[in-house]
Design a protein around this ligand. Structure first.
Ligand SMILES: Cc1cc2nc3c(=O)[nH]c(=O)nc-3n(C[C@H](O)[C@H](O)[C@H](O)COP(=O)(O)OP(=O)(O)OC[C@H]3O[C@@H](n4cnc5c(N)ncnc54)[C@H](O)[C@@H]3O)c2cc1C
Length: 449
C-alpha cells in the first residue's frame, strides 16, 4: 500500500507516514496518560504528528542541538520548552485540528553530545485532561521552506516558547531521548527507502509507456535502409538498456524492502526468542542498506526516466522530472546516506563481533547453492556467489581498518561504496532466488519482450 501511496504523491504521503511512526513512539515509551490522550487521535488521522530534531547548528550532528527543556516545579513530567527547529516536515498546516510534535531537547546540566538528549511531546494546542483542545502552546511557524521537490509536504521552521509559554511532556527518562527517537527513525529509514523504490517504479512505468508510444528512428535491424519507417523508441537497444536497468533495480529493491519488512515482523512475532533476536539483527544490518541503496539507486532510476523521454522529460509538461525532484530528498533526510554508510560500516558490520553479517551472508550462500543446482541458473548463481565473496572481503577489510586511527580515513572514504556493494549483492541474491522459484515459468511481461 505504501508503495502505491508514495508513488502517487510522496510529499503528501509523508503526513500519514510520520504521524503513525510518532504515535508508535508514544505507544512504546509514553505514559498511560499520554497514550490515552494522543494515540487514538493520531492513529485515526484527526491529529497529525511531526518529528523535530534538526536545528541550524545540528543536522547530522544531533549532539549539538540547543533547544532547552526546564522542568516545571511541582509536576511529574512537564517541561518548559524553548528553542528553534528547521526543516520540519508537516511542521505546520491546517489539515488537522492539532499537530503533535516530538521534540528533542536538552535539560540543564545534561551530559554533552547525544548522551544528553531528551524527548518531549509538544502539541501545537495544549490538550486538556478530558482530551479537548486547550490554549495555543506557543509553537509558531516562522518560515516555510521552499524546496525542489515534495512540494505537497509543508516543511517549515518552528519556534518553540518565544513567549515563554510552551510546555512539553517528557517521554520516558531524561537523557534517553535519542534511543526512543531511533525507534521511530529506524522504521522511517525503511520507509524512506520505500519512497526511493516507489518513485523509481513510477518513473519506470511512465518511461516504458512513453517509449512504447514515441516513434523516432529506424529499427536497428534496418539501420542501413534509408526508407525504413520510424519505430517506437522502446525498440532501440539503448532505451532497453535504460528500461532494463530501471526494472531490475525496482524489482530488486522491492524484494529487499519486503524481505526486510518480513524480518521486522519476525523480530516481533516469531515464537522463538533466539529467532526473534536473529531476525532483529538482520533488520539492523539491512536498515541502512534499504535507506541508502534504495534512495540512491531510486534517484538514478528517475534520472534515466527523464533520459528516456528526451527533451520532453526535462520539461514540467511531463511527470518524469517531478519523480526526480521528489526522489532527491531521500538521500538527505532521516540521516544522510553518508550517515547510513557510516552506521553500516562502523556499527552494523562489527555488531556482535561480525556475527550478524556472517549469519546473513550464510543465508545468501545457502540460497545461491540451491540456485546453482538449477542448470538454467547455475552461471548466474556462480557469479553472484563470486560477488558475495568479494563483498564480504571488502566490507570486513574496511570495517577492520576503522580500528586504526589513521586508516580509519580509508574506511570512511569508501563507506558509501561498501553500501553500494552490499546493496548490489542483496538485490542480486533476491533476484536470483526469485528466478529459481516457479514464477520463472510465467511468460515475461508483454511490453519488454
Ligand atoms: C525536505 C526536508 C524535510 C526534512 N524533514 C525533517 C523533519 O521532519 N524533521 C527533522 O528533524 N529534520 C528534517 N529534515 C532535516 C534533515 O534530516 C537534515 O537536513 C539532514 O539530517 C542533514 O542535516 P543538514 O541539512 O544540517 O546537513 P549537514 O549535517 O550539514 O550535512 C551536509 C553534508 O555533510 C555531510 N556530513 C555531515 N556530517 C558528516 C560527517 N561526520 N562525516 C562525513 N560527512 C558528513 C552530510 O552527509 C552531507 O552530505 C528535513 C530536511 C529536508 C530538506
Amino acid at each position: 500500500m505504501d508503495e502505491l501511496i508514495y508513488a502517487a504523491n510522496t510529499g503528501f504521503a509523508l503526513t500519514g507516514g510520520l504521524s503513525a511512526a510518532a504515535a508508535n513512539v508514544i505507544d512504546e515509551f509514553g505514559t498511560e496518560e499520554s497514550k490515552a490522550l494522543y494515540l487514538e487521535k493520531i492513529y485515526s488521522g484527526r491529529w497529525s504528528a511531526s518529528m523535530c530534531l534538526t536545528e541550524p547548528g545540528a543536522g547530522s550532528a544531533l549532539g549539538s542541538l540547543r533547544t532547552q527543556a526546564v522542568k516545571i516545579d511541582g509536576t511529574a513530567d512537564r517541561y518548559k520548552i524553548e528553542g528553534g527547529k528547521i526543516f520540519i516536515s508537516m511542521g505546520d498546516h491546517d489539515l488537522t485540528e492539532n499537530i503533535v510534535h516530538l521534540v528533542l531537547a536538552k535539560t540543564p546540566g545534561a551530559p554533552s553530545g547525544t548522551r544528553g538528549i531528551s524527548l518531549f511531546i509538544v502539541p501545537k494546542f495544549k490538550v486538556n485532561p478530558d482530551g479537548s483542545l486547550g490554549a495555543h502552546n506557543d509553537v509558531v511557524c516562522t518560515r516555510i521552506e521552499h524546496k525542489m521537490g515534495i512540494k505537497a509536504s509543508a516543511t517549515c521552521q518552528l519556534a518553540f516558547g518565544d513567549n515563554g509559554s510552551c510546555e512539553g511532556i517528557l517521554i520516558g527518562k531524561e537523557n534517553h531521548g535519542l534511543p526512543y527517537m531511533f525507534r521511530m527513525m529506524n522504521e522511517e529509514r525503511i520507509a524512506v527507502g520505500l519512497q526511493g523504490m516507489a518513485l523509481a517504479s513510477a518513473a519506470f512505468l511512465y518511461a516504458r509507456r512513453y517509449a512504447a508510444e514515441r516513434k523516432q528512428g529506424a529499427h536497428w535491424m534496418r539501420r542501413r535502409d534509408k526508407e525504413a519507417d520510424d519505430v517506437a523508441i522502446i525498440e532501440h537497444p539503448d532505451i532497453r538498456r535504460m528500461l532494463w536497468w530501471m526494472k531490475s533495480h525496482v524489482d530488486g529493491m522491492r524484494a529487499l524492502l519486503l524481505t526486510t519488512s518480513y524480518f521486522t515482523d519476525m523480530s516481533y512475532a516469531h515464537p522463538d526468542e533466539d529467532e526473534r533476536r536473529r531476525f532483529g539483527g538482520f533488520v539492523e544490518l539491512l536498515t541502512p542498506i534499504c535507506k541508502a541503496f534504495c534512495t540512491d539507486r531510486g534517484f538514478d532510476a528517475t534520472i534515466l526516466g527523464i533520459q528516456c523521454l528526451g527533451g520532453y522529460g526535462y520539461t514540467s509538461e511531463y511527470e518524469a522530472e517531478q519523480f526526480a525532484r521528489d526522489a532527491k530528498i531521500g538521500s538527505i533526510y532521516e540521516g544522510t546516506n553518508y550517515i547510513q554508510a557510516q552506521d553500516f560500516i562502523g556499527r552494523k558490520v562489527p555488531m556482535n563481533g561480525g556475527q550478524v553479517l556472517m549469519a546473513y551472508l550464510d543465508v545468501i550462500e545457502e540460497d545461491l547453492k540451491k540456485a546453482e543446482a538449477d542448470a538454467e541458473l547455475a552461471d548466474l548463481a556462480k557469479k553472484v556467489r563470486d560477488a558475495k565473496a568479494e563483498t564480504e572481503r571488502a566490507v570486513v577489510h574496511l570495517a577492520g581498518m576503522e580500528k586504526d586511527n589513521e586508516l580509519g580515513f580509508q574506511t570512511f572514504l569508501h563507506a558509501t561504496d561498501a553500501v553500494s556493494m552490499m546493496g548490489d549483492l542483496c538485490v542480486a541474491h533476491l533476484l536470483t532466488t526469485q528466478a529459481s522459484s516457479p514464477h520463472k515459468k510465467l511468460p515475461p511481461p508483454a511490453a519488454l519482450t
